[in-house]
Design a protein around this ligand. Structure first.
Ligand code: ATP
Ligand code: ATP
Ligand code: MG
Ligand code: MG
Ligand code: MG
Ligand code: MG
Ligand code: MG
Length: 267
C-alpha cells in the first residue's frame, strides 16, 4: 500500500503476541444467557437443544481451525485449545480471540433454526459471545485448567438439578429453594434428590454431568512430538488433523484415562 502522511498512526497499535511454546486457551462465554435463555424459554435446568447447538457450532470452529487440539464446553461457554507450537496469526491474542468468537457466533446463529425451529431469533435478542485467551506453560497446568472447567460443570449441574427439581417438582418458590440449598454440600443435594424425589443423580445424562469434549479421532498411527518434526512432517499432520473426524464426547477428562487412551491430543 502507498505511504501516506497518515501512516504513522499504525505505530499506536500495541503488540499482543502470546508467549511462544505455551498452550493457548480461548474461552468464550454467552453474553447475558441467563436472560436469553428465559426469553427463548430454554428448558431448566438443562435445555438439550441449546447444548447441542453450542456443540454443533463448536464442531464447525474445530473444522475451520485445524490448529485446535481439543475443546471443552458446558452451559454457554466453550474453551478452545491451541497447541504450543501453533503459529496461527503469529499468535496474536486479538486475532485469535476475535476469530474464534465471530466464527462460533456465526455458526451458532446460522444453525439456530435447526435446533429451535419454533423460536424465531429476534434482532433485540441475538446471541453474542465474549472471549479471552489465557496461556498455560505446561501439560499439567493445561489439564488442571480442563479439570477446573469440568469440576465447575459438575458443581453447577448438581446445584441446578436440585434447585429446579425442588421448584418444578416440589412446587417450592425460587427463594425458598435457594434458601434451603444455602450452605449444603454435594451429599446433601444428592440426598434431597433421592429421598424427596426418588432421583439418583448418577442416572442423569452424561452430557449434563460431564459437559462436552471435542477432539480429533486421529488414532495412534499419527504424531510423535510435533516440535521435533520437520516442516513437511508438520504439514502432513496438519492435513491428517484437517481430515480427521471431530468426536463429540461426554466423559471424564480429569482422570488420566482419557488422555492416556488418546495420546495424540496433547502431542
Ligand atoms: P454473562 O454475560 O456475565 O456471562 P450470563 O447470564 O450469560 O452472564 P453465565 O454465568 O454465563 O451468565 O450463565 C449462563 C446462564 O445461561 C446459565 O446460568 C443458565 O441460566 C443459562 N443457560 C445456558 N445454557 C443453558 C442450557 N443449555 N439450558 C438452560 N439454561 C442455560
Ligand atoms: P486477512 O484475513 O489477513 O484480513 P483479507 O483477505 O481479509 O485477509 P484484507 O487486507 O482484510 O485481506 O482485505 C480485505 C479484502 O477484501 C480487500 O482487499 C478486498 O479484496 C476485499 N473486499 C473487502 N470489502 C470489499 C468490498 N466491499 N468490495 C469488494 N471487495 C472487498
Ligand atoms: Mg461471563
Ligand atoms: Mg454467559
Ligand atoms: Mg457461562
Ligand atoms: Mg480481512
Ligand atoms: Mg481488512
Amino acid at each position: 500500500m502507498a505511504n501516506s502522511r497518515f501512516e504513522y498512526v499504525k505505530s499506536f497499535e500495541q503488540p499482543d503476541v502470546l508467549l511462544p511454546n505455551t498452550w493457548i486457551v480461548v474461552r468464550i462465554d454467552g453474553r447475558g444467557f441467563h436472560k436469553l435463555s428465559d426469553h427463548y424459554a430454554f428448558a431448566k435446568p438443562n435445555d438439550r437443544r441449546a447444548l447441542d447447538l453450542m456443540n454443533a457450532a463448536a464442531v464447525e470452529v474445530m473444522k475451520e481451525l485445524p490448529d485446535l487440539c481439543i475443546a471443552y464446553g458446558v452451559s454457554d461457554e466453550y474453551s478452545f485449545v491451541f497447541h504450543p507450537n501453533c503459529q496461527l496469526f503469529e499468535r496474536r491474542n486479538g486475532k485469535l480471540v476475535t476469530t474464534i468468537v465471530s466464527t462460533f457466533t456465526a455458526h451458532y446463529i446460522y444453525k439456530w433454526s435447526e435446533y429451535f425451529p419454533d423460536r424465531l431469533l429476534l434482532p433485540s435478542h441475538l446471541p453474542s459471545f465474549d472471549g479471552r485467551a489465557v496461556i498455560y506453560p505446561n501439560n499439567r497446568i493445561l489439564r488442571d485448567y480442563m479439570s477446573w472447567r469440568q469440576v465447575d460443570c459438575h458443581i453447577n449441574n448438581l446445584y441446578n438439578t436440585t434447585f429446579w427439581t425442588m421448584v418444578l417438582q416440589g412446587g417450592m418458590s425460587n427463594t425458598d429453594a435457594e434458601q434451603e440449598l444455602k450452605g449444603t454440600v454435594s451429599a446433601d443435594k444428592n440426598e434431597i434428590l433421592f429421598k424427596r424425589f426418588g432421583i439418583n443423580y448418577n442416572n442423569e445424562l452424561e452430557i449434563y454431568k460431564k459437559g462436552t469434549v471435542l477432539y480429533r479421532q486421529v488414532y495412534e498411527e499419527s504424531p510423535v512430538s510435533e516440535s521435533k518434526q520437520s516442516r513437511s512432517q508438520q504439514d502432513k499432520i496438519r492435513k491428517l488433523r484437517r481430515k480427521a473426524q471431530v468426536v463429540i464426547d461426554h466423559v471424564d477428562i480429569i482422570k488420566d484415562e482419557f488422555w492416556e487412551k488418546r495420546p495424540w491430543i496433547l502431542s
